[in-house]
Unconditional design. Sequence first.
Lengths: 328, 159
Amino acid sequence: MKEFGYERPAHPTDALAMIAGVAGARFLGGGTNLVDLMKLGVETPAVLIDVTALPYDFVTDDADGGLRVGSGTRNSDLAAHLAVRRRYPALAQAVLAGASGQLRNMATVGGNLLQRTRCPYFQDVTKPCNKRVPDSGCPARDGEHHNLAILGGSDLCIATNPSDMAVALAAFDAVVFVEEPAGPRAVPIADFYRLPADEPQRETTLEPGALITAVALPALPWAANSRYRKARERASYSFAIGSVAVALDVADGMVRDVRIALGAVAPIPWRAYRAEQSLRGQPATEVAFREAADAELEWAQPLRDNRYKVPLVRNLMVRTLIELVQAS
Amino acid sequence: MTDPYSLTVNGTDHQVVDAWLGESLLYVLRERLGLPGSKAGCEQGECGSCSVIVDGSLECACLILAAAAVGCDITTVEGLQPGRGDFTTVQEAFIAEGAVQCGFCTPGLVVALTDLLARVPHPSDLEVREAISGNLCRCTGYGRILAAAQAAAKAASDE
Ligand SMILES: Cc1cc2nc3c(=O)[nH]c(=O)nc-3n(C[C@H](O)[C@H](O)[C@H](O)COP(=O)(O)OP(=O)(O)OC[C@H]3O[C@@H](n4cnc5c(N)ncnc54)[C@H](O)[C@@H]3O)c2cc1C
Ligand code: SF4
């Protein structure tokens, strides 16, 4: 690990001044991703600005009936929060499905949003990787890619976003509040992450030095009928190989509205807009669910060793929709 | 080198001098404070052998920067044990149920199960499994550990 400095400001203005003042300064949340990547030599910050003393550890009601979650809220507190469990159950389930009890106690909401890919080449500084070192190449395409993207990848990078939490946030159209050098900004989650295209090193639309302050969950009464399902290589404590967050509003056997987001299939939490569109106004039947899943996955571009993800997420979508009809 | 700082471990303040910032809490506990009970396994948050309790929350000491733990109340496996030779209910249960083989994962599991039983005095088997899913054991196959968890819960409620 390289030498670095450490600061723990108590006020957001100090944190922003510190990050603007030092090249290579980085925010530190729970450290479960950043400290790990520093040990591996992937991240080499000059200064760590610990944000856990900032006043961002809260979950409060928004005036419009939504919920606002501070960026410093620990993952375990978010998952245990009664309002989250009642009103946005897929979010609580997604967070609980991630990592272990120890790690959820440490990890923050802001850090979870910005955790890096688990692509094995990205984590290994002895290997080329366009995301880590632009223009160095992407060994994953012909190499180890069994858990990499089938949707949204580019010739330069097919890494997947590993976050479970972000999949549920995508389904609920969450809004991320940030403080940037130019001032505060509210970023809809659909505009927060970017596809790799020809710049895989840029994963979000945030300005350098942006501080995440909170995440808002807009009011969505039927989000109470939502669910997160995660497939992994063992029953607990493993990253997803495919996951879905689904919310369903069904009346008289018809789909009034639906939200579907997919995890572990794309460089971003993947909102299945095509599947949603094909379902609205349709009968809530298994046949319609299969057609909707196919409408989305028609666009998949699987590689040699990740073809299994296509039937896997198709079945996850269909099973979860059926369960939500039964629960309605 | 950082300025000297102080860590509160098992109720006692310890001065840490001549450290550098990259040292994890795990490293400082083991190498500077003479508390080797927390084990250095994967050092990447995966194996749970370094589990400690920080301000009431079960965490992996390997991913905590020691200097960031200043002002926190830290409990290690050594701090669960009231006096040498005097085992806690969870430790007694591990011995009685034969839940220890090579022993490397044992301190982390003891800390994790102590944390669980403090929050959930009568956990179901599933709750125990989920609670220790972040603690890897490569010897026992976990059966004896699950039995020890239930025995400890029973012993605690009989006390
Ligand atoms: C063994 C293991 C298993 C895991 N399994 C899963 C899993 O199954 N599912 C899953 O979703 N995740 C999993 N994780 C990842 C875990 O969820 C993330 O590491 C965690 O959420 C990151 O949060 P943190 O607060 O620790 O972030 P940190 O490591 O502190 O930071 C991560 C990034 O966010 C930035 N950052 C932090 N806070 C802010 C802020 N407020 N504003 C701006 N930038 C900020 C940092 O600069 C850094 O770039 C696992 C991790 C480990 C180690
Ligand atoms: S897929 Fe992306 S992260 Fe993985 S090696 Fe290729 S460029 Fe790097």
